[in-house]
Design a protein around this ligand. Sequence first.
Ligand code: UDP
Length: 254
Amino acid sequence: MNFRIRRRRIFEGKAKVLFEGPEPGTLVQYFKDDASANNDQKRGVIRGKGVLNNRISEYLMTRLGEIGVPTHFMKRLNMREQLVRQVEIIPVKVVVRNVVAGSLSKRMGIPEGTVLPRSIVEFYFNKDELGNPMVSDEHITAFGWASPQEIDEIMALALRVNDYLSGLFLGIGLRLVDFKLQFGRLWDNDELRIILADEISPDNCRLWDVKTNEKMDKDRFRCDLGRVEEAYQEVARRLGIMPEAASLKPESEK
Ligand code: UDP
């Protein structure tokens, strides 16, 4: 059944659509197979990606919730949709890095794969039109995107997520090289809380096989390495959440 026809579309991004949820304060997050990279210069479809990312993000957000990280995830509704809490999104992409890759390698001229002496947290203004420029906490507070206390909370949560996920992925033979998080605000009993939002999946994590260093994430699409679908499936399989192959059919064939 196509729920999208009946629901009010709140926002459409590159990889996801947000619809009005069944209760006030909730949204339905729909995962598409569409992929984009290099600031939208490269676009394509990764068959079955939406189904896999829905499951992977459900799994990781649930585990994080269990260790006390507040997340927007409520429950998975079906193959491509999950119910989430509506939050006021903070317009900052939070990137955590353990190993040099991607833009850090280019910017600093450091070879990919160099292990960082300690984890680094970076902030980027979430504005595709501007190419998501890197910003510091000075910009974030001066422009009123978040308060100093909220930045402290975001840093602490990002590092906790990094510690937990690094261990979780290592347990299944994957190195968590870097990843991007997004946070939002939610009123909870007269208190404004910082909540982890968006998704955590191979779309926004770099995951390298511990033994072979093979890339198991969106870099396979970004860099035309081939076997993109297989990499996403392998991550889901190692997490023990591989849905039946039949359910990976593209949206148009459902
Ligand atoms: N990332 C993301 N969305 C963005 C930018 C980065 O999900 O808009 C993720 C990316 O998948 C990687 C990490 O954040 O895991 C660091 O990305 P980087 O800054 O190296 O940028 P890229 O090389 O992807 O342009």
